[in-house]
Design a protein around this ligand. Structure first.
Ligand code: B12
Length: 230
């Protein structure tokens, strides 16, 4: 094992596999997916304000919820808790389940950052879409993916599309193992499931201008949808 002098260590591949296996056993039964990435991959894509001041090889995971999450995690959570308080019940549900990670890894320096967490400057603490892209979980389509941009000076929001669930999923946050380095982790490219230029234009238009009718979610044929989403 190599010590990098800031408390973070390169750990064996079996230890990394053990961490992934434990996270999968926690999240898969809840209708969620975890995908590992290195902090460097994320930092390379976001502006300085969003970067993490961590060793570039630090191990992190992006967590996404699939349509099954509502039945497997949210409903049981609602049935087993009282929900007095101002926070969104889904956010509280996610806080609860992500909190189990800290219990599962009592000896690790684990940082959990939810999609809804903001800095005092009202900026997202983490941009989950680039995290999702660099982890190979779902391709993040932006106007940079267009050969010819028809939107001129309009503000166009980017969107991740999952190869199985299209837009019927959400990116719930990231988990950083601050003391665990993974120099040998190989990057997985996300599946480019919207390869046609005209479909990409349609996708960005639907997500930016018509997101309320949810058509952007069906930009590709999907394996499963949900009756309600957030
Ligand atoms: C703030 C916010 C909004 C704002 C502004 C949106 C925006 N993109 O700026 C508003 C309120 C408008 C909004 C609306 C919606 N949002 Co919103 N929003 C967010 C939030 C909290 C932060 C996004 C942000 O601040 N981006 C800042 C900009 C600057 O980032 P950026 O454009 O990606 O660019 C940076 C980097 O990504 C990088 N970059 C640029 N291009 C590329 C390309 C690649 C490949 C990579 C790797 C990096 C990269 O460079 C930039 C500089 O750092 C995220 C959750 C999160 N924590 O990330 C959800 C999120 C983006 N929203 C989401 C959704 C679904 C919505 C809505 C449909 C409403 C809803 N919740 O149902 C609408 C749709 C948009 C619309 N038409 O209004 C989802 C998108 C899911 C997906 N499949 O991609 C997210 C991820 C929440 C989630 N939990 O899943 N949202």
């Amino acid at each position: 094992m190599a010590d990098f002098g800031i408390g973070a260590m390169a750990v064996s591949s079996s230890r990394l596999q053990e961490i992934t296996t434990k996270l999968n056993s926690l999240f898969t039964p809840l209708g969620m997916e975890v995908h590992p990435f290195k902090i460097r991959w994320y930092n390379e894509h976001v502006s300085t304000a969003y970067q993490f001041d961590l060793h570039p090889d630090t191990r992190a995971y992006v967590v996404i919820s699939t349509p099954d999450m509502f039945e497997k995690a949210l409903l049981p959570f609602i049935c087993s808790n009282d929900h007095i308080g101002s926070m969104d019940v889904l956010d509280r549900c996610m806080q609860f389940y992500f909190g189990l990670v800290k219990k599962e890894f009592p000896d690790e320096d684990v940082e959990i950052i939810h999609d809804f967490e903001m800095t005092p400057m009202r900026r997202a603490k983490v941009l989950v879409q680039p995290a999702c892209h660099v982890a190979g979980a779902a391709y993040y389509y932006t106007r940079k993916d267009l050969n010819s941009d028809p939107f001129e000076d309009k503000n166009i929001f980017g969107v991740c599309i999952h190869p199985k669930y299209g837009g019927w999923f959400a990116i719930r946050g990231i988990i950083i193992f601050k003391s665990v380095l993974c120099p040998n982790l190989q990057q997985t490219e996300p599946v480019d499931c919207v390869p046609q230029q005209e479909d990409r234009v349609k996708l960005l238009d639907l997500f930016t201008n018509h997101w309320k009718d949810w058509r952007y979610r069906d930009i590709i044929p999907v394996k499963k949808r949900i009756a309600s989403t957030a």
